[in-house]
Write a protein that binds this ligand. Structure first.
Ligand SMILES: Nc1ncnc2c1ncn2[C@@H]1O[C@H](COP(=O)(O)OP(=O)(O)O)[C@@H](O)[C@H]1O
Ligand SMILES: [Mg+2]
Length: 326
C-alpha cells in the first residue's frame, strides 16, 4: 500500500523541500520505491534543487494533455518527481471526468509505489489545510523560532478541530544538535497532548548544517553530495524512522480532489465545489476554516509564547492545570 505523506510547516524556509527530497532519496536507498510531488504552488522548487527542468506538470494531466507517466521525471537518485501545477489554470470548469482521469492515473502510478511524499506550501491557508485533512499522514517541520512553534501548534489545533484522524508527525528543523531538536519536539508534543489530547510522533532532528546551502547551490541533494555529513545522517535517520511506522490507509478520491483544488489557480471555493464528490467540502466551511486559522494563529501565538517561557523557566507544570487552555 502506498503511504501518502504531506510535508508542511507554518513558516517557509524551515527546510521542508530539502527534507522531502533528501528523505525520499534516503528511503529509495533503503529499497523503497518513492515518488515526490511538488505541490508548493508559489515556490515550487524541487526541480531547482534537483537541477532539472520539467516541461509538463500535473496540470497537463488534469486537463488531459498528458498521462501521469509522461510527466514523472525520473531522477538519478531512484526517486520520481511529479511536478506540480504552475497554477495558471482555473479549476472552476473542471468536471468529474477530469478528476476521474487523475484518480485513475494516480492509482496506476502508485500501484508499485511505497511512498508518495508531497511538498506543500508553507503558511497555513485554507486550501492547504483542506488538503491536509484528506491526507492520512502529515509531517510538520518545526524550528525553535517562537513563530515556527506557535504556527505549528496552531496548525495541529486546526486539524484536530476539523476532526483530523490521520497521523501527525514532526521533525525538528535546523536544530543545533539532538538535544535541541528533542526540546522542540517536547514543546509541541506536550502542548498537543495536554490541550488537544493528541499524540504527535517524532521523526528526528535535521541539524543546521552549512553543507545544505552548499548542496542547494550545486543543485545536488545534500544526502548525495555530502553523504557523510551530519545533515545526511539526519535525513537517513528520519527515513529509517518513517520505515518503522505503520502505514495509514487513504481515501484516495477525497485526497485527489482536494489536491487538484489546492493546485489550481483561481476561485478556490469554486474549485472545491467543482471537485467535491459528495458535497462535504463546502465553500462556507472553508471560509470559516480560514478565519479560524487566522484567529488561531493570533491567539495561539500569545498563549504559546507564555507557555514556552513558563516551560523554560521551570514553571511549566503550574500552567498545566485542569481547565487551562492554549
Ligand atoms: N538544516 C539546515 N541547515 C542549514 N541551512 C538550512 C537548513 N534547512 C534549510 N536551510 C536553508 O534554508 C533554505 C530553504 O530551504 P528549503 O528546503 O527550500 O525550505 P522550505 O521548503 O521550507 O521553504 C535552504 O536553501 C538553506 O539555505
Ligand atoms: Mg519549499
Amino acid at each position: 500500500m502506498t503511504r501518502f505523506i504531506a510535508v508542511t510547516s507554518g513558516k517557509g524556509g524551515v527546510g521542508k523541500s530539502n527534507f522531502v527530497l533528501n528523505v525520499a532519496i534516503g528511503l529509495a536507498a533503503m529499497e523503497s520505491s518513492v515518488l515526490i510531488l511538488d505541490a508548493d504552488l508559489g515556490l515550487a522548487n524541487l526541480d531547482v534543487l534537483l537541477g532539472i527542468r520539467p516541461h509538463r506538470t500535473l496540470e497537463d494531466v488534469v486537463l488531459g494533455r498528458a498521462g501521469l507517466q509522461d510527466i514523472i521525471v525520473r531522477t538519478d537518485y531512484r526517486v520520481g518527481l511529479i511536478p506540480g501545477s504552475s497554477g495558471t489554470q482555473d479549476m472552476a470548469d473542471l468536471g468529474r471526468e477530469q478528476i476521474g482521469n487523475l484518480l485513475h492515473a494516480v492509482r496506476e502510478v502508485t500501484k508499485d509505489t511505497d511512498f508518495l511524499l508531497i511538498d506543500t506550501a508553507s503558511g497555513i491557508s485554507a486550501n492547504v489545510v483542506a488538503f491536509l485533512m484528506a491526507v492520512p499522514e502529515v509531517i510538520l517541520g518545526v524550528s525553535e523560532e517562537p513563530t515556527s512553534l506557535t504556527d505549528a501548534y496552531a496548525l495541529i489545533k486546526i486539524l484536530k478541530r476539523n476532526g483530523y484522524e490521520g497521523r501527525i508527525s514532526m521533525f525538528a528543523s535546523q536544530a543545533r544538535n539532538s538535544t535541541a531538536g528533542h526540546a522542540i519536539y517536547k514543546k509541541i508534543s506536550s502542548a498537543a497532548q495536554r490541550f488537544l489530547d493528541l499524540q504527535v510522533e517524532f521523526l528526528g532532528s535535521v541539524y543546521s548544517d552549512d553543507k545544505l546551502p552548499k548542496a542547494v547551490k550545486d543543485q545536488v541533494p545534500a544526502i548525495v553530495r555530502y553523504p557523510t555529513s551530519d545533515i545526511a545522517r539526519c535525513y537517513r535517520v528520519v527515513a529509517l524512522t518513517l520505515l518503522g511506522q505503520k502505514s495509514v490507509g487513504a481515501d484516495l478520491e477525497k485526497l485527489l480532489s482536494r489536491l487538484v483544488a489546492m493546485l489550481m489557480k483561481g476561485g478556490r471555493a469554486k474549485a472545491m465545489r467543482a471537485v467535491s464528490h459528495n458535497g462535504e467540502v463546502l465553500p462556507r466551511a472553508l471560509e470559516k476554516t480560514f478565519q479560524d486559522i487566522l484567529d488561531e494563529q493570533r491567539k495561539t501565538r500569545i498563549l504559546m509564547e507564555r507557555l514556552l517561557t513558563a516551560i523554560e523557566e521551570g514553571r511549566g507544570t503550574s500552567l498545566f492545570r485542569k481547565g487551562s487552555s492554549a
